[in-house]
Design a protein around this ligand. Structure first.
Ligand SMILES: Cc1cc2nc3c(=O)[nH]c(=O)nc-3n(C[C@H](O)[C@H](O)[C@H](O)COP(=O)(O)OP(=O)(O)OC[C@H]3O[C@@H](n4cnc5c(N)ncnc54)[C@H](O)[C@@H]3O)c2cc1C
Length: 496
């Protein structure tokens, strides 16, 4: 049986960031992920916002982690070379009742320690966001709010962990714990057993099932809360920051936001469902998003929508970590007393992405408090270099790149201008992209007007060639999603 100091269950932004934080120390670490790639579940289907921290209930772990993480994002994104922009956000009020709610948010934000918050007039808002509803009377302005690419954050944290010695096992599902005398000493997976002194539960939507297998918090339950979105063509509409409506009790509401890919994003709604895999888009949901978006930006045009998707929030039912605060639904981040060897996380819904850098650090502190001797590596490398992106290069840089490697001169995705060179680089990267969707998440290929209609066959061909596989084996997102059923033609003079 292979032996590690730490086994992390789950390769979302939380598991990957914890892996990165731990990889600073002299430890052997394995991360197991059940899917064919990291970041395939909630960490790639959300609003991509780095929240300022005024929304989370004061005194909750959610608020503490969010507010601690917000200033960390400049270094986190800088070291990992990932897209991040502190564009600020507005909560937009369209009537007097809503203005009162802004005051409540301002008070809460100040209590949470969010810097720079202020209420601005409708005119100040319109000067920064000309497309906003002309009836907007005031807004809460949070200059520290930002936007990022959530999958890029997950991938880069994971890659940096790998650079620092972490092993990642994809297609590997945690099944149960191996225990001895009340202590967890390893895990059973579909790919064999692994022993570990510590196991970290970062299984997102499945975190309740994982902790129950260790006998921890039997009453804890994750309720999936689906949020649906529209993506707007980048040529059709420009929002400079993030526009929130005044929030409800269950969600921050349907927002209209800029993204790091220059599209505008609209959504999400919030529906509690039973199925932890149901990411379907519903007609009712689309209407709801549409009406929500129109309230903020009345000129938004249905014809400019190019894609839709849904994500599932892992809503938990844990009482607030601070028992004096009357709030249910807080993050769980703990080393439980009832079983040894478990770092237990659960209910990491929004603002989990924003909070990720602080959560990684918090887990390290928890371990130190529990007597774990963490010795820093002399050769820890916090910098993860970015790979070249043809679309963002100047003409001179492009020429130079093509001279060095002619594959950068072959454009595979015309809408997003992604080249063969970039695709090949992703296939041979520290966490190799082995499916079409894995290439898409990394390069943004197939996300433009044609939605992959042109590039897909070419990508299948490149994946087959680089992985030494038959095109029949190439999948969209892992086993069972093969594109091709059988060969239908042969070319004269070429092998059948
Ligand atoms: C609609 C929506 C909007 C959101 N917007 C924002 C936002 O703007 N800003 C923000 O800060 N947060 C936002 N969030 C929350 C944020 O996306 C999450 O907090 C974050 O992605 C959670 O990361 P995670 O790693 O815990 O979960 P995941 O990304 O789901 O990762 C968990 C991983 O565990 C794996 N796994 C599960 N079971 C097993 C097993 N048995 N064996 C092996 N692997 C397993 C899964 O396959 C998955 O990859 C939003 C969420 C949603 C759904």
């Amino acid at each position: 049986m292979k032996t590690f100091d730490f086994i992390i269950i789950g390769g979302g932004v939380i598991g990957c960031t914890i892996a990165r934080s731990l990889s600073r120390y002299k430890l052997s670490i394995l991360l197991v992920e059940k899917e064919s790639d990291i970041g395939m579940v909630t960490s790639s289907a959300n609003s991509a916002l780095v929240h300022a921290g005024y929304d989370a209930v004061a005194g909750s772990l959610k608020a503490k982690m969010n507010v601690a993480a917000s200033p960390m994002w400049d270094t986190f994104a800088g070291e990992l070379n990932i897209p991040f922009r502190r564009c600020g956000d507005f909560v937009v009020a369209v009537d007097e009742k809503e203005v009162q709610k802004l005051e409540e948010l301002l008070t809460r934000g100040k209590k949470n320690g969010v810097p720079g918050l202020k209420i601005v007039t409708g005119d100040e808002l319109k000067a920064k966001e000309p497309l906003v509803n002309p009836n907007a009377t005031a807004a809460l302005w949070a200059p520290t709010g930002g936007i990022c690419d959530p999958f890029a954050a997950t991938l880069a944290a994971g890659e940096n962990a790998v650079m620092n010695g972490v092993q990642i096992a994809l297609n590997t599902t945690f099944e149960s714990f191996i225990t001895e005398n009340g202590r967890i000493i390893g895990v059973h997976t579909n790919r064999g057993d692994f022993s570990g002194r510590w196991v970290v539960n970062a299984a997102g939507l499945q975190s309740d099932a994982v902790m129950h297998k260790a006998g921890v918090r039997p009453e804890f339950k994750i309720t999936p809360r689906r949020g649906e979105y529209f993506i707007v063509d980048r040529e059709e509409m420009k929002i400079n920051s993030v526009l929130f409506p005044v929030p409800s009790d269950v969600s921050k509401g349907i927002l209209v936001t800029a993204t790091m890919h220059e599209n505008t994003l609209i959504g999400p709604n919030a529906q509690n469902i039973d199925d932890k895999e149901d990411k379907s888009i519903t007609a009712k949901g689309m209407d709801e998003i549409w009406n929500g978006a129109k309230k903020l930006v009345p000129s938004v045009n249905q014809r400019s929508i190019i894609a839709s998707y849904a994500g599932l929030r892992a809503g938990g039912n844990a009482p607030c970590a601070d028992s004096s605060v009357d709030y249910t639904g807080d993050f769980v981040i703990e080393i439980p007393e009832t079983v040894m060897g478990l770092v237990n996380l659960g209910g990491i819904e929004s603002p989990g992405l924003s909070a990720a850098p602080a959560i990684g650090q918090y887990v390290v502190e928890l371990l130190k408090d529990h007597g774990e001797q963490l010795i820093e590596k002399a050769d820890y490398q916090p910098i993860r270099p970015a790979r070249p992106r043809f679309r963002h290069m100047s003409m001179d840089e492009r020429k130079e790149m093509i001279q060095r490697d002619a594959r950068y001169g072959r454009v595979i995705c015309r809408c997003e201008m992604v080249t063969e060179g970039e695709i090949v680089a992703e296939i041979h990267s520290p966490i190799p992209a082995t499916t079409y969707d894995a290439i898409k998440r990394r390069t943004w290929l197939g996300t433009g007007r044609c939605q992959g209609g042109f590039d897909m066959p070419l990508v299948v061909e490149i994946l087959a060639r680089e992985l030494g596989k038959s095109p029949l084996e190439i999948t969209k997102k892992g086993e069972g999603s093969e594109y091709l059923y059988r060969k239908t033609k042969t070319v004269e003079g070429q092998p059948a």
